[in-house]
Design a protein around this ligand. Structure first.
Ligand code: SER
Length: 320
């Protein structure tokens, strides 16, 4: 990995992965691909090249690849699960049409491609606890449908055309830099923003709703390590289960209260998000990732909670 294009570089994952890769790929170019209205700013803009790359426009992807001699594309353009339900046609256009455009450019120009899949690629008929790597994937959300299609299409391009496609199934990602938009797991980010700013929190999911979650530094490391893994050891490609922690709203609430004793949460359920969360796994089994490319998370709920609160207070200029 030397010259990298990040499509969706100003989003929740992209804004941090771009910076991480600029550190990692010294001597190469890491291009921040953005769409109109979501231009990079500040350090993201100043620390390296950026270019308009709308994933629905293959000529823009190809132009960035040619200009910067890109060898690896990180395809991070997507609508998250709840917002995708409101705009299913657009979710398909970006999630599947956009991936197809990316894979075609990669096939023609010899690039490797990383495209995240998700816990959302599973559905109600999947075993919910310690969900295996290879199991039933019959999601009922358009988000999940695009993710399963993406896994299949990526594996097809690897088999049929030799495109080096790799992927992980991300859990809900928790970070303090760029907020996610319109996901089902977003509550686990929002709760920290509320706690750090001394506000009460209204939880959209009911107690007992378990989902896998991960702190962003672990997710970024996974995205880099999978693309640098020895291909001879990979029996799977698209896509690996990865996991670090699973909790429900009560568990994260009590953990935050250990650090912010006055913090208050009440429930105000969102039926759409609740239905989506109920259809997803409670926890994933990530044995294959551990065996095939030595995946190992570093952050647990306690370590993440401390780090989130410290950094969010800094961000909002609050002294605890
Ligand atoms: N975080 C995503 C969502 O909630 C799941 O991958 O939509």
């Amino acid at each position: 990995m030397k010259n990298v294009l990040i499509v969706g570089a100003t989003g929740q994952i992209g804004s941090e992965l771009t910076m991480r890769l600029r550190e990692h790929c010294k001597g190469g170019d890491v291009v921040a691909g953005f769409i109109k209205g979501a231009e990079p700013k500040g350090i993201l803009l100043e620390s390296g090249p950026s270019m308009e790359v709308d994933i629905t426009r293959p000529e823009q992807i190809a132009a960035a690849v040619d200009k910067y001699k890109v060898d690896t594309i990180y395809n991070l353009a997507a609508l998250l699960s709840a917002v995708a339900e409101a705009k299913p046609q657009l979710a398909w256009k970006i999630g599947v049409g956009g991936l197809y455009n990316t894979l075609e450019v990669a096939r023609e120009k010899g690039c490797a491609v990383f495209t995240p899949s998700s816990i959302g690629s599973f559905g109600p008929s999947t075993p919910h606890d310690k969900t295996p790597q290879d199991t039933v994937q019959r999601p009922e959300t358009i988000y999940g449908v695009t993710k399963v299609t993406g896994e299949l299409l990526s594996d097809y391009y690897a088999r049929r055309f030799g495109v080096d496609t790799r992927s992980v199934r991300f859990p809900g990602l928790i970070s303090y830099t760029t907020p996610p938009g319109g996901g089902t797991t977003d509550y686990a980010v929002d709760i920290y923003y509320a706690a750090a700013q001394g506000k009460d929190f209204k939880c959209p999911l009911k107690p007992g709703t378990f989902m896998d979650m991960m702190y962003m530094p672990d997710a970024l490391r996974a995205a880099v390590e999978i693309m640098e893994a020895n291909p001879d050891r990979l029996h799977h490609r698209n896509s690996f289960n990865i996991a670090s922690m699973s909790f429900d709203p009560e568990i994260i609430y009590s953990k935050i209260r250990e650090h912010v004793p006055g913090f208050k949460m009440e429930y105000e359920l969102d039926p759409l998000r609740q239905a989506i969360a109920d259809s997803w796994p409670n926890s994933l089994d990530d044995t294959c990732a551990r065996e095939e490319w030595d995946w190992k998370p570093e952050y647990d709920l306690e370590a993440m909670t401390k780090d989130m609160l410290v950094n969010l207070r800094k961000k909002f200029g609050i002294t605890a």
